[in-house]
Write a protein that binds this ligand. Structure first.
Ligand code: F42
Length: 149
């Protein structure tokens, strides 16, 4: 793993518990969003303010080996904290199964964002409800695996 340091979970217990069970079981348990049956991934970022290791479960939206990271935060008015981490440092770890791997993220716009947004809503239709709930355009990043540093 090339992102090392002090892991500091966030304040939402259900998120921390899901992350920790997913990691402890190599992605064989806690690998869906509650009882929806829809798969998740776990993304590791570096806190751009604290330098702490931060981990967030996100819906799994995969296409030809790349993953969309949709900063929906349930349609909240503000971006999730991890959005700011990715803007500051595009190097993340993605876990989609037993082992995490290094990846580089880019925020997508225009037609590319439209294609990835369609894939995201297909994987998790509730994203469309979140978009309708907020005036903010929900940022979409694409994570491309690479051999870590
Ligand atoms: N969130 C999504 O946005 N998209 C999804 O597809 C998604 C799916 C999902 C599936 C399962 C599940 O259990 C949760 C899911 N979530 C999804 C929720 C997601 O895991 C995050 O909890 C949510 O997006 C909010 O992200 P957040 O980074 O705002 O987390 C908050 C709760 C948090 O942990 N805040 C910390 C705190 O102490 O308040 C700080 C986190 C952080 O990264 N801090 C940075 C630092 O430097 O340490 C600074 C960040 C900044 O704001 O500048």
């Amino acid at each position: 793993m090339s992102i090392k340091g002090d892991y500091e979970p966030g304040p939402w217990d259900w998120v921390r518990e899901q992350t920790e069970e997913y990691e402890a079981t190599g992605g064989t348990r806690a690998n869906t969003l509650r009882d929806t049956g829809l798969p998740i991934i776990v993304v590791t970022t570096v806190g751009h303010k604290t330098g702490k290791v931060r981990k967030v479960p996100l819906m799994r939206v995969e296409h030809e080996g790349e993953y969309a990271l949709v900063a929906s935060k349930g349609g909240a008015v503000d971006h999730p904290g991890w959005y700011h981490n990715l803007i500051a440092d595009p190097h993340v770890m993605v876990q989609d199964g037993p082992e995490p791997f290094d990846a580089e993220v880019r925020m997508v716009t225009g037609d590319e964002r439209a294609r990835w947004w369609e894939r995201s809503v297909e994987a998790f239709p509730t994203y469309a409800d979140y978009a309708a709930k907020t005036n903010r355009e929900i940022p979409v990043f694409v994570a491309t695996p690479f051999a870590g540093t």
